[in-house]
Write a protein that binds this ligand. Sequence first.
Ligand code: ADP
Ligand code: MG
Length: 229
Amino acid sequence: NREQFVHSERLNVVSELSASVSHEIRNPLTVTSGFLQLLKQSTTITNEEKRYIELSLQELHRAEKIVSDYLSFAKPQSENMVYSNLFTETEYTKDLIIPFATMHQVEVQFHFTNTLFTRYDRNQIQQCLINLYKNGIEAMKETGGGTLTIDISEKKQKILIKIQDTGIGMTRDQISHLGQPYYSTKEKGTGLGMLMVYSTINKLKGSIDIESRKGKGTTFLITIPVLEA
Ligand code: ADP
Ligand code: MG
């Protein structure tokens, strides 16, 4: 059906575009922030002007965060689908998050079994894992630290990714809002991280189960069916 074909072509173009847009947007954000920082140090500007600069810097920082939650790993390539070991992605992203964890007195424990082959989009799964790890660490930042446990295994043709934190936890009502665009309880949250997580796991026909207790911590259990090469 020609109409369907045209439509799916268009979707491909959209995802390629969003990937290059993120690259194109990062540079001007960095450059503009840099110049504003310089301006702020000027001795000839008024306090009011200084306040405008500060507000502009805050807004730029917010835009940067939105790009981070959505497009950190996006690459301007049309095809990121791979048949690979999910262990590679969980381990790589765990290594990336370690400095952020250390900064907030969070210890990261990582357990895995080595037979986790399936078909997935490398960049999307990396972004999804980073968003989950980051939320876990941010939930413990307020309680002065804790442990982030990442557990990956395979059972009956399904890959299980368990991400557990000992942070502030969520109420039932909070859990029901997860994945809703712009839902955030953080002062400077984007509310886009979990939206990205849900859309990635949905595409893999997987599921997300959440167990959480206020003041105790949260466990995300992600189940992804194993697909053949
Ligand atoms: P953001 O992190 O920018 O707030 P997210 O979409 O990543 O946006 O998360 C949305 C909200 O879900 C968070 O503001 C927080 O209230 C809640 N949340 C997500 N993960 C956790 C977690 N591990 N522990 C406690 N709350 C969480
Ligand atoms: Mg987040």
